[in-house]
Design a protein around this ligand. Structure first.
Ligand code: CA
Length: 234
C-alpha cells in the first residue's frame, strides 16, 4: 500500500500557493491548501497533515499565532515561509517550534530539500531507537518510517492509513505510555469528535495483523484506562 505524505500549504497569494502545490503534487505528495489563518487552523485540526508549510503574512491571523496554537498540542512539522527577511521573525518562529524557515523567493529544489529534512527529523528525533536507519525494531516487528510500512518477521503487514499512523506514533515513543487523549489529539486533532472506540477498533485490527496471539500481545500493550505502550526498541 502506497501511503502518500499529506502536506498543507497555507498561503494567501494565489500564484505562490499554486506554485508550491504544483511542485509538491509533481513530487508525489498529497497536497491540501488554505488561503487564510482560520481556514488553515481548521484544516490542521481536521486533516492532521504530515507537514505544514505556513506563510507568516496572512490576511486574518498572524502565522506565528497559528504556530503557537499548534504547539499547544502537536509536534507536527512546520516550515514557515515569509517574504519578511527580519531575523526576529525567523528566531521567533523557531523558538515557538517551527522546524525550519524559508524566505521568498525560493526554488523548487530548496523547498523539497527542506520538506524532506523536516519530515525525517520529526520521525527520527523523538526516539533514539529509530536512529539513522529511519527504522524502529522490536523483536520481529519493524517500522520503516521512510517507506511507511510495518513488517513482522519480514512480511509486510499491510496496515490502513489510520492503523499505520497509530503504530508509527507508538513506535516513535516506544517504551512510553501514550494516553488515549494524547493519541487522539495527535492523530485526529484537538476537539476531534473521535472517542476511544476508534482507537480500540484500530488496535484490534492492528493486533490481528501483527501479534501471534492478539489476546497476549508482545508488541503493543494496553495500559488499562490509560493508553497504549509500544515495547521498547531493540
Ligand atoms: Ca502572504
Amino acid at each position: 500500500m502506497d501511503i502518500k505524505e499529506k502536506i498543507l500549504v497555507v498561503e494567501d497569494e494565489k500564484s505562490i500557493q499554486s506554485f508550491i502545490c504544483t511542485i509538491l503534487t509533481a513530487n508525489g505528495y498529497d497536497v491540501i491548501s488554505a488561503s487564510s489563518g482560520s481556514e488553515a487552523y481548521s484544516m490542521i485540526t481536521s486533516h492532521c497533515p504530515d507537514l505544514v508549510i505556513l506563510d507568516l503574512g496572512l490576511p486574518d491571523i498572524d502565522g506565528l499565532d497559528i504556530l503557537r496554537a499548534m504547539r499547544q498540542w502537536t509536534l507536527m512539522p512546520v516550515i514557515v515561509v515569509s517574504a519578511r527577511s527580519y531575523e526576529r521573525d525567523k528566531v521567533t518562529a523557531l523558538d515557538i517550534g517551527a522546524d525550519d524557515y524559508i524566505t521568498k523567493p525560493f526554488g523548487a529544489s530548496e523547498l523539497l530539500a527542506r520538506i524532506r529534512t523536516a519530515i525525517r527529523h520529526t520521525r527520527t528525533s523523538t526516539n533514539a531507537a529509530v536512529g539513522q536507519s529511519g527504522k524502529f525494531t522490536t523483536g520481529g516487528l519493524t517500522i520503516d518510517y521512510a517507506k511507511r510500512r510495518v513488517y513482522v518477521d519480514g512480511e509486510d503487514v499491510r496496515l490502513t492509513q489510520n492503523e499505520y499512523k497509530l503504530v508509527s506514533l507508538l513506535g516513535m515513543y516506544a517504551g512510553k505510555v501514550l494516553t488515549y487523549d494524547s493519541i487522539l489529539k495527535e492523530l485526529w486533532g484537538p476537539g476531534s469528535r473521535e472517542d476511544n472506540q476508534i482507537l480500540r477498533v484500530n488496535m484490534a485490527n492492528i493486533r490481528r495483523k501483527i501479534e501471534k496471539n492478539p489476546a497476549e500481545p508482545q508488541y503493543i500493550f494496553t495500559e488499562v484506562g490509560v493508553g497504549y505502550r509500544m515495547a521498547e526498541g531493540d
